[in-house]
Design a protein around this ligand. Structure first.
Ligand code: PMP
Length: 344
């Protein structure tokens, strides 16, 4: 009898259905059970595969994209990688405008995946013609037959997570989830997932993670955009200097801010203790869990799902470089134990 070949048609078939992995060590000081939704198991190694595949598929359904079309996006790297990956399989051109804050690894990776990459200054306002928003907008206007994904202002970003991440978590936990803790950048992940989960059980607490230097937490609390909140920070993909339409702020119960330093150390600790090679924002979300736990958010009955957005390999020249950590001043007496002092 002929043996049927067991193979996927392409990497696109592997997007989503990422595993939930129990955090056995790093969360052991906290009350309750903690599970990480490890998005690095997507073929592009981040949660952004979901939105790239979904938004492109929706544009195809509407007949907007035709073979050879160009897809343009602004991105901190992960969305770009995912769009580049989907574009390769589907035969589109991919042009990306990225922030100069993005790690060199990420930019090199995008180029390796066939994307044309424009690197734009990180610390200029969104309406500055040099900003990656304005550069992308201009490229879109100049490139005939192109689409602009515009993840910060695209409702389909949230929709992608409403359709996939939300139901997956609900099913994986058998509806036992009590808390979702997730980073907010575009806000697509947290608000799309939250919308679905709250429809199943409105009592589920939705806890967002924001960066010091970002406006999201203050906006959530006051409804006001406060430009004084904005200053440079290191974590990529977390927080924002504008209010994204892709975030449904009403679906989020509370935000917690985390620092660059503590998030970096936490990412390293996740890798060392759980064997999950964690991206920078995995450290951020876990740091927020620690802060929420310290103020009594969780109890023995809590079943907490924490979204880990991407993979540590994207941060070899940053969080996982001792030199970089030292250059940021992140190796101080608080974090470096006796005998671990590193000389440069
Ligand atoms: N972590 C990383 C590494 C990211 O690239 C992003 C996306 N900007 C996020 C977290 C936040 O996800 P979202 O944009 O869905 O809020």
């Amino acid at each position: 009898m002929e043996h049927k070949i067991q193979a996927f048609d392409s990497v696109l078939d592997l997007i989503g259905n990422t595993p939930l992995i129990r955090l056995n060590k790093i969360a052991s000081p906290f009350k309750g059970e903690f599970y990480a939704k490890v998005e690095a198991f997507n073929p592009g190694h981040s949660s952004k595969d979901r939105i790239a595949a979904y938004i492109i598929q929706e544009a195809e359904k509407k007949g907007i994209l035709t073979p050879g079309s160009t897809i343009i996006e602004t991105t901190s790297g992960n969305t770009g990688f995912s769009i580049a990956m989907v574009s390769i399989i589907k035969g589109y051109q991919c042009i990306l405008a990225v922030s100069s804050k993005s790690s060199k690894d990420k930019i090199d990776m995008l180029r390796s995946m066939g994307a044309k990459v424009y690197v734009c200054p990180a610390h200029v306002s969104a309406d500055d013609p040099r900003s990656y928003y304005q550069v992308a907008k201009r490229l879109h206007e100049e490139t005939k037959g192109s689409i602009y994904i515009n993840q910060y202002f695209n409702e389909l970003n949230m929709e992608a997570h409403y359709q996939s991440t939300g139901p997956e978590i609900w099913n994986q936990t058998g509806g036992q989830i009590t808390h979702l803790v997730a980073c907010s950048g575009t806000g697509g992940t947290i608000s799309g997932t939250a919308r679905y989960l709250k429809e199943q059980n409105p009592d589920i607490r939705i806890l967002g993670v924001d960066a010091f230097g970002s406006v999201l937490k203050k906006y959530h609390e006051t409804g006001e955009f406060d430009a004084d909140e904005i200053y440079p920070y290191r974590i990529e993909g977390l927080g924002k200097n504008l209010i994204p339409d892709a975030t449904d702020f009403t679906s989020i119960d509370e935000f917690m801010k985390v620092t660059d330093e503590e998030s970096a150390h936490m990412a390293r600790e996740i890798s060392r203790t759980e064997g999950i090679f964690a991206g920078y924002t995995c450290g951020a979300v876990m740091q927020a869990v620690k802060q929420f736990a310290a103020r009594g958010e969780f109890n023995e009955k809590s079943r907490v799902v924490v979204i880990f957005p991407d993979h540590g390999s994207r941060y070899m020249s940053k969080v996982y470089s001792d030199q970089w950590m030292n250059d940021q001043g992140f190796f101080d007496s608080k974090h470096v134990g006796e005998g671990q002092q590193i000389q440069f």
